[in-house]
Ligand binder design. Sequence first.
Ligand SMILES: [Zn+2]
Length: 238
Amino acid sequence: MKIRSYIPEKIHPGSYPLSELLKCPQCGGPMVQGNSNPMYKYYQCSKNKNSGSSVCLSNLVKKEYVEEYVLQDFLNQLKKKVSPKAIYSVTQSILGYELNPLESEASNQEKQIEKLKNEMFKAMDDSANPDLNLDVEMMNSSIASKQEAIYKKKSKLANINKQIELKQNDNLMDIIEYSIKNFEDFYQTLSDEERKMFFHSVIKEVHVTKGKGTKDRRINDVIYHFDLEDLNCLAEVE
Ligand SMILES: [Zn+2]
């Protein structure tokens, strides 16, 4: 894989994962955590924050909006540029992990059914043999209970086989969506500090429009450190 390893120069503590990646629409300088207001969270031009409005305006951008936008942009890039094969190879190992216990449970059920059948056939032979002089009623009830047990196990086996079939027949897009969805779930479990490391390792810069006011300010470009197409090398290695 030709992805250059990137070590962020300095990661500042705080809960603003896009700090410094976000560029001020006016001066082009880095944007950082805005002066805190518990109700509204914004990124703010660092020059404005440090030196005041004579140098640059605050150019506030809503924290929630930019972070959600950048995450979705990354996921879209993943869908668009990374080959199904690369994602598929990762997904298969996840599904395989779930399939194995199901398959061994199915084979376990099959063995038990086979054993019960043999016992039942033996009981039928025995009860038909006049030399053994067995109690007919007792033999019939024993045969009936074995039949009942076989029926229950067959129904359980059918259920397991259905699950296996579903997992094997998932079409490719379902699998890809599953992987991408999982990535999003995974992202939600990250701390702000981990999100910051993640964003800084894949993203170089995020540009926002100047806009008339905070509400109008929108992201117009997300620049990555590497082309996500490079991830396709993951599939070629196998
Ligand atoms: Zn600025």
